[in-house]
Design a protein around this ligand. Structure first.
Ligand code: P6P
Length: 333
């Protein structure tokens, strides 16, 4: 694992990884991931011109059948990770079944990812992102689903790339803090911006949720939102509808992001392996908190959930610890 970082400003992600990672395989993995993010950035940013918007099956100017951006992003990720020769199991939001890499191309990592989260927003140019979570294969495993049916506390690496005004990459190595990089398109390099990123101790009073679902939430969640929007100094509501954007703002400004369970879906909407776990690890490593609220009969830390299938869902309440705790207190009120 990377040792604690000192002042490493203005170096690239590649040199950051090489300087701080004793493990050559991790360096190769992070290069495959950053290459994917650069390729997806390019696809996302030229979508309008290259007629990549919209549904699969449309044709571009040369008559080629173009893929929907999220299918293209998925292929980019799968190809880069497969040809890195350091992965054995891949789980993608776009693939029903896990991808087991061929024996002669296997390596020690298992990666769960959402190649283009929030892609329903792409047609109106709202920011989207790639989310990834990395386990090491279990001792002696030949690479199978059991390598990823594990709690989030077993993760080695987690991160996301946000395709916003700038392309930003947030990466955490479990136990070594959160690091922030911004893509310099003229160099094609992710430039190191900050290490050991921490949530602000003076958080902005922002809550982030789909208020439209209020009617289906459990009463404690409704009571919490009623409380923070009452009186003469209510919280501000900020909701992009792209998890990467809403979590990135919460990480940097403070506040709380909630996607609770509701009457229709008791597990909420967000996926454990490639949304809940990576975002929870990043927020916790930055000094925040990530809980499920009441879920399957108990209030759980997101990272301690034991997934039973690769597309499991879980409710998520994450952000500034005092705010998350205020939600949990409503369950015992
Ligand atoms: P809703 C995007 O579709 C996504 O998976 C997350 O990125 C986002 O946080 C959530 O769903 C938005 O869901 O129901 O509010 O549209």
């Amino acid at each position: 694992d990377p040792d604690s970082v000192t002042d490493v400003k203005s170096i690239t992600l590649t040199s950051f990884i090489m300087r701080h990672t004793r493990d050559n395989n991790l360096a190769i993995l992070m290069n495959a991931i950053q290459l994917s993010c650069k390729s997806i950035t390019r696809a996302v940013r030229k979508a309008g011109i290259a007629n990549l918007y919209g549904l699969a099956g449309t044709e571009n100017s040369t008559g080629d059948a173009v893929k929907k951006l999220d299918l293209l992003s998925n292929e980019i990720m799968i190809n880069a990770l497969t040809h890195s020769h350091v992965c054995s199991v891949l789980v993608s939001e776009e693939n029903e079944d896990p991808i087991i890499i061929k024996e002669n191309m296997q390596g020690k990592y298992c990666v769960a990812f959402d190649p283009l989260d929030g892609s329903s927003n792409i047609d109106c140019n709202v920011s989207t992102g790639t989310i990834f979570a990395v386990y090491e294969k279990k001792e002696g495993s030949v690479g199978n689903i059991e390598d990823v049916m594990r709690a989030g506390i077993d993760l080695k690496v987690a991160g996301y790339c946000m395709y916003g005004t700038a392309t930003e990459l947030i990466i955490t190595f479990y136990g070594s803090g959160v690091h922030r990089f911004t893509l310099d398109p003229s160099l094609g390099e992710f430039i190191h911006v900050a290490s050991d990123v921490k949530m602000p101790t003076e958080p902005k009073k922002i809550y982030s949720c789909n208020q439209g679902n209020y009617g289906g939430w459990d009463a404690p969640i409704q009571r919490y939102v009623d409380g923070i929007t009452a009186g003469d100094k209510p919280y501000a509501l900020r909701y992009v509808g792209s998890m990467v954007s809403d979590v990135h703002r919460t990480l940097l400004y403070g506040g709380i992001f909630l996607y609770p369970a509701d009457k229709k879906s008791r597990g909420g909407k967000l996926r454990v392996l490639y949304e809940g776990f990576p975002m929870a690890l990043i927020i916790e490593q930055a000094g925040g908190m990530a809980s499920t609220g009441m879920f399957n009969g108990s209030i759980q830390r997101v990272l301690e959930i034991k997934p039973t299938s690769i597309h499991d869902k879980c409710p998520i309440i994450l952000g500034t610890p005092s705010m998350v705790e205020s939600v949990l207190k409503e369950y015992t009120a």
